[in-house]
Design a protein around this ligand. Structure first.
Ligand SMILES: Nc1ncnc2c1ncn2[C@@H]1O[C@H](COP(=O)(O)OP(=O)(O)OP(=O)(O)O)[C@@H](O)[C@H]1O
Length: 566
C-alpha cells in the first residue's frame, strides 16, 4: 500500500518498517502539510519550496518530492518545526522523545506515530501517548494556576520579622532530642505559631557559628530576612541551600538567633540544654537558633495512637507523604529521618482528611550520593527506619551511600502504621520484628485486610532491598491518588483488561482526568450537588491535577491491573 501523501511504500505496515523509515515518512508528511497549509493561508512559501537548511549542520533539505534528512538532524528539525504549531513545551517534549529515540533506540518519536491534529491546525508527529501527555499538560497548566490562587487565598499572611520581643510564648508542645517546641503568638495578634528552640551545646554564641552548626534546619526557610542582622548576612550568602516550597513540606516562616530565654517548664523538661545563667545543671550555650512555623495540631505519631484510621484517611495521608518525598527527590534533598514524630498534621478542615507536612530537616543532605570514607560519617537519624542499603553500606576509600530511594523505604515502613498495623521494623520486646540489615522480602508481614490490594503490592515493592527495584515516589503518590479520586467502577476496567495496550490505558486515563477536572471545577465553584469537598480534599485534588503526568499514572496503573481486589 502506498501513502498518498509521500508515496512511501508500505508505510501502514509499521511492524515491518524500520523506525528510521517511519520517521522519515512522517517528517515528509509533516513538511508537506505544513507547505499546504502555508499555501492555503496565502503566506510566504518560498522558504519551504526551495531550501530548508538545517542550521545545526548546514545541510540542505528539499521538500520537492524528495526530502533529504539524515537521522541526526531529524529530531531537531522536527522539534523546531512543530514548535510553530504547538506550544513550546509540547515541542520540547517531541524533541526530548526524538532525541531519546535517536540516542537510545528506545520508544520515542518513531514508535506508533499517528497523524493527529492539534488545534485543527496541522498534523503532528506525536505518538498517542505523547498526545495524551500533551493534553495532560493543558490540564496541568489550568490547575497549576488554580492551585496557586487557592494557596495564596488560604494561606496568605503578611510577612513579619520575628524576635523574642514580639513573640509571646505559651506552653511547651513537645521536646525532642535536639530541640523544644513551644506554641507562641505575635504580641497583639491571635495567630498561633510553633517556635522551635534548638538545643545548643557546642556552637559559640554568635550567629555565624550557630548558622554553621544548624543551617540544615533552615532549608525550608525561603526568606532572606531576619531580626538578627548577623544571621541575615548568613541567610544571604550565595548558594545558600533552600528547598522550593511544597504543600507537604513544613514552611519555616522566620528564623533568628538570640539568647536562650527562661521559658515555662524549662528546668523540668530540658535542664541540661539551658545555659548556666538559667540552670545550675546546664551545659547549654547562651545563644541559640529559633525557628518559627505554623502550629500544627499534632504529629502523625500521636494521631495514630489516638485513632484507627479509615481506608480513605490512610490513602489520603499516604498520598501526601509520597508527594512530599517526591518533591525532595526532585530537588535532590534527602531527609534521612522520616518517622511518625517528624510528620505533622493539620486537622482543621476535617479530622478524616488531615493535611500532612514533613518536618525536622536537621539530618537532611543535599545530595543523593555521599561518600562513605569512614564509619564516623552520620548516616541519618532513626537507625531502625534506615533503608537496608544505608545501614549495610561499608566504609572505604571509594565507598558511597546511595540515598536516592531511602526516604521512600522509610515511608514504606510507616505505611504499615498508617494502615493501623505495627511498623515491622520497630524493635518490639514481645514480638518478632524485622531488622533492616538482614530482613528477607518474603518475611515482610501481610498488610492489614483493610489495605487495598494495589497498595499492599506497592508497599511490598517499596520495601525491596534493592533500591533500583523500588518505584518512583511520584508513581506511589499517583496510585494512592487514583484510588482516592477515580471511581472504583472505572478502575475495575483494568482488572479485566490486563493485556490492554499502553495507548488504550493512556486514552482511558485521559478520559478520567478530564472527568475529574470538570467535576473538580464544578465542585470548586459549588455548581453541582454531590458530596462537598472539604478544604484539604480540594487542595490535594488541585495539587494532583496541577502536576498530573501520564508518565507516572501508567506505571501506577499496573498495580491495579495485576491485582484482583481493589
Ligand atoms: N510546627 C509544629 N507544630 C506543632 N507541633 C510541632 C511543630 N514542630 C514540631 N512539633 C512537635 O515537636 C516535636 C519535636 O519537634 P522536632 O522533631 O522538630 O524536634 P527534634 O528535637 O529535632 O526531634 P528529634 O527528637 O526527632 O531530633 C515533634 O515531634 C512534634 O510533635
Amino acid at each position: 500500500m502506498r501513502c498518498r501523501q509521500c508515496l512511501v511504500r508500505d508505510h501502514y505496515r509499521a511492524d515491518t518498517q524500520s523506525i528510521g523509515e517511519r520517521l522519515l515518512h512522517q517528517t515528509r508528511v509533516f513538511l508537506r502539510t505544513l507547505l499546504r497549509v502555508y499555501n492555503r493561508n496565502g503566506r510566504q512559501t518560498k522558504s519551504f519550496h526551495g531550501n530548508i537548511v538545517n542550521k545545526s549542520n548546514g545541510r540542505r533539505l528539499s521538500i520537492n518530492n524528495q526530502l533529504i534528512v539524515d537521522s541526526k538532524s531529524r529530531a531537531s528539525i522536527v522539534g523546531r518545526l512543530v514548535s510553530k504549531w504547538v506550544s513550546n513545551s509540547i515541542a520540547a517534549d517531541i524533541r526530548r522523545n526524538a532525541t531519546r529515540q535517536l540516542l537510545f533506540k528506545g520508544p520515542g518519536l518513531g514508535l506508533g506515530l499517528v497523524g493527529v491534529c492539534i488545534n485543527n491546525k496541522g498534523p503532528s508527529l506525536l505518538t498517542e501517548i505523547d498526545e495524551t501527555e500533551a493534553k495532560c499538560q493543558q490540564i496541568r497548566s489550568i490547575f497549576s494556576t488554580l492551585f496557586t490562587n487557592y494557596q495564596i487565598k488560604s494561606e496568605a499572611a503578611e510577612p513579619c520579622l520575628f524576635d523574642l520581643n514580639n513573640l509571646q510564648f505559651g506552653n511547651c508542645i513537645a521536646k525532642g532530642c535536639n530541640a523544644v517546641v513551644y506554641d507562641a503568638k505575635l504580641k497583639g495578634n491571635t495567630n498561633q505559631f510553633a517556635v522551635k528552640m534548638m538545643f545548643n551545646y557546642d556552637a559559640e554564641s554568635n550567629a555565624a557559628a550557630i548558622w554553621k552548626a544548624m543551617n540544615k534546619e533552615c532549608i525550608t526557610f525561603n526568606g532572606n530576612f531576619s531580626s538578627n542582622k548577623e544571621l541575615e548576612i548568613m541567610l544571604n550568602t550565595p548558594n545558600r541551600q533552600k528547598l522550593k516550597p511544597h504543600p507537604n513540606i513544613i514552611e519555616i516562616k522566620g528564623v533568628f538567633a538570640d539568647y536562650v530565654p527562661s521559658l515555662p517548664e524549662a528546668i523540668e523538661l530540658y535542664p541540661n540544654a539551658l545555659p548556666l545563667r538559667l540552670c545550675d545543671q546546664g551545659f547549654g550555650r547562651n545563644m541559640t537558633l529559633f525557628l518559627v512555623m505554623k502550629k500544627y495540631d499534632m504529629s502523625l505519631k500521636t494521631f495514630l495512637v489516638e485513632r484507627d484510621l479509615k481506608t480513605q484517611t490512610s490513602l489520603f495521608l499516604l498520598s501526601q507523604l509520597f508527594e512530599g518525598i517526591s518533591h525532595l527527590i526532585k530537588h535532590k534533598i534527602v531527609h534521612r529521618d522520616i518517622k511518625t514524630d517528624n510528620i505533622l498534621l493539620d486537622l482543621s478542615s476535617d479530622p478524616d482528611f488531615p493535611w500532612l507536612v514533613i518536618t525536622d530537616f536537621g539530618f537532611c543532605v543535599n545530595s543523593l550520593r555521599i561518600p562513605l570514607n569512614s564509619d564516623e560519617i552520620t548516616r541519618g537519624g532513626n537507625r531502625a527506619l534506615m533503608a537496608p542499603e544505608i545501614v549495610c553500606a561499608e566504609p572505604g576509600p571509594f565507598s558511597y551511600i546511595d540515598y536516592s530511594a531511602s526516604d521512600l523505604w522509610s515511608c514504606g515502613t510507616i505505611a504499615y502504621e498508617i494502615f493501623n498495623a505495627e511498623n515491622p521494623f520497630y524493635p518490639n520486646k514481645s514480638k518478632k520484628y524485622l531488622q533492616n540489615n538482614n530482613y528477607k522480602e518474603e518475611h515482610l508481614p501481610i498488610m492489614p485486610p483493610s489495605t487495598p490490594k494495589p497498595i499492599a503490592a506497592l508497599i511490598f515493592d517499596i520495601l525491596k532491598r534493592n533500591p533500583s527495584e523500588r518505584p518512583h515516589p511520584k508513581v506511589a503518590a499517583s496510585l494512592c491518588e487514583m484510588l482516592l479520586f477515580f471511581s472504583r467502577r472505572n478502575l475495575m476496567v483494568f482488572k479485566t483488561q490486563i493485556d490492554r495496550s499502553e495507548v488504550y490505558k493512556s486514552r482511558k486515563l485521559l478520559q478520567w482526568l478530564r472527568a475529574l477536572a470538570t467535576i473538580t471545577l464544578c465542585q470548586r465553584n459549588t455548581m453541582t450537588g454531590g458530596r462537598k469537598l472539604n478544604a484539604a480534599e480540594m487542595k490535594l485534588r488541585l495539587m494532583f491535577l496541577s502536576e498530573v503526568k501520564i508518565e507516572y499514572l501508567l506505571p501506577a496503573l499496573s498495580y491495579i491491573s495485576t491485582e484482583e481486589k481493589i
